[in-house]
Structures are given as C-alpha cells and as structure tokens.
Design a protein around this ligand. Structure first.
Ligand SMILES: Cc1cc2nc3c(=O)[nH]c(=O)nc-3n(C[C@H](O)[C@H](O)[C@H](O)COP(=O)(O)O)c2cc1C
Length: 260
C-alpha cells in the first residue's frame, strides 16, 4: 500500500480514485490532487470529513478508534415536528427517583457530548462524573451557599425565597456530570446535546448553574473536580429518572427575531 500522510490522515493510493470529494470538502485546504490521487499537506484539523466522504474508503485516521463509526443517519429522517414538540416539552427536572442510570444510557449520553461540534475541531471538552464524590462535593456546595445565601438573596430573584436543603444542588439525582473545557461555547453545545440524548432515553436533566458558581469561587470544590489543565466547569448536568410529570408545555415570551 502506498500512503500519503500528514498529521493523522492516511490516504491509500491503491484505493483513491481521485474524485476530489475530500479536497472540495476540506475546511483547512489540507488536501489536494496530484497525479490523480489525493494528497495531504500541513494544516489538517482532523475533522474527519475526508474519512466520512470518501466513496471508496481510501482515507484512514490511524490514531482514531473507528469501531464507533457507522453508516450515516440523517437527522432529517427524524420527524421534525416530533423533534420540535420534544424540545418544547423538555423541562428542567428538579424531582428525581433514586433509580440509578444504566451504564448503557450513560455511555450514550457521553457519546452525544463527544460527537458535538467544537470550534476548529479542538475536541477539547471533558466529562467528569462525580460518582463516589457526589455527596461530599454537594455538602461543600451547601456549606458555601448557606454561608453566602444572605448576600445572594439581595441580588438573585431565584434565591429570594430559597431554602438551601441538604440536596439543594443535586436534588437526590443519581448522576452528576460536569462538562468542562477551555471554551465555554464548546462545552455548552456538548452539554445541550447530552441533555437531549438523556431526554430521549427517558431521563430528566437539570443544568446546575449554582453548582458551576460554587466550582468557580471555591478552590476546594474546584480542586475536588480534578478537571483537565486549563478547563473550567462550564455546565453541570444533574441526571436521573424524573419523579414529576408535566401535563403541557410551558409558555415563553415572544422572542425577538430580526431580519436585516
Ligand atoms: C445555564 C443554566 C443554568 C441553570 N442553573 C440552574 C440552577 O442552578 N438551579 C435550578 O434549579 N435551575 C437551573 N437552571 C434551569 C432554569 O431555571 C430553567 O431552564 C428555566 O427556569 C426554564 O425552565 P425549563 O428548563 O423547564 O424550560 C439553569 C438553566 C440553564 C440553562
């Protein structure tokens, strides 16, 4: 097999038919055709478009696990009215059953985050499951909020009438995942994908902004998370089976939409 490599893209010249589909779709202009075959130069961001588009499977990414790659399912095949109805029906869940989240479901939720887009394909988003540390970390957060809630009541409408119970942060849910990253937007998109995947699995989700505030201001909580270097706790997803049922969707203010 004769190969052309740059970064982690390998093109099998014996398979390549020189169709240039990969060249046309390469965001980084890292691919070009020479002597009727695709070649790679510097600049590849490893987005995998060339791997995904090649009609003859001539592109490989040796550093990646491809066992997870599958035939394309277009989201357009999902009924869009059902999707929108599901988005409207989604609610923040604050009452949970103690039933654990099955490992297969957790894996699917993590995968939804892993496959979310990241700017420049940095893929620099990490997922920290609080696991055995969940109760200990919640106790620290509760302590912090109880000490500061007097001040909080003055500037947060949310906190005005709030009692900080022992399970104020995680609501007795069995699973807490902190989504972290260098970039807030990357981690937030990953978290949003994870929420929808969790919902589709019959699970409820709460984004805990209060928890992220604790992780930001309290060094003990921050260090307990052991986040990758340079990461901040961007979203905290509280996940479990809902112990509440909604009868209808909630109204929303008319949103501002402008066409310039
Ligand atoms: C970034 C973010 C942070 C949030 N933080 C909290 C929180 O700390 N505690 C809480 O009870 N709800 C929190 N929420 C839930 C919002 O209060 C909720 O989305 C909003 O009231 C609308 O309700 P809905 O999600 O059921 O439509 C958060 C939501 C988002 C998007």
């Amino acid at each position: 097999m004769s190969n052309t490599t740059a970064n982690c893209i390998v093109i099998d010249e014996s398979k390549c038919i020189g169709c240039a589909k990969c060249v046309k779709d390469c965001v980084a202009f890292a691919l070009y055709i020479e002597n009727g075959k695709a070649n790679v130069r510097e600049g590849c961001i490893e987005c995998g478009h060339c791997f995904a588009i090649c009609p003859v499977g001539a592109v490989d990414m040796p550093a990646y696990d491809k066992s997870d790659c599958e035939a394309v399912t277009n989201l357009s095949e999902i009924d869009s009215e059902t999707l929108l109805a599901g988005i409207k029906s989604r609610r923040t869940i604050r009452q949970y059953k103690s039933t654990p989240v099955e490992k297969e479901k957790l894996d699917m939720i993590l995968k939804a985050g892993q496959y979310a887009p990241t700017g420049g394909n940095s893929q620099n988003v990490a997922f920290t499951i609080l696991g055995s540390k969940q109760d200990e970390i919640e106790r620290e957060c509760v302590k912090l909020f109880r000490a500061g809630v007097g001040i909080g009541k003055n500037f947060s409408k949310f906190l005005k009438n709030t009692e900080i119970s022992d399970n104020f942060f995680f609501k007795g849910a069995p699973l807490v995942i902190v989504v972290s990253g260098h970039s807030e937007v990357n981690a937030t998109i990953a978290a949003a994908y994870m929420e929808l995947e969790a919902n589709s699995l019959g699970l409820g989700v709460l984004y805990s902004g209060f928890f992220c505030s604790c992780a930001k201001i309290n060094p003990k909580i921050k260090s307990a998370l052991k986040l990758p270097k340079g990461h901040k706790a961007v979203c905290c997803l509280i996940i479990g089976y809902p112990d509440v049922k909604y009868e209808r969707t909630a109204p929303r203010r008319k949103h501002e939409v402008k066409t310039l």
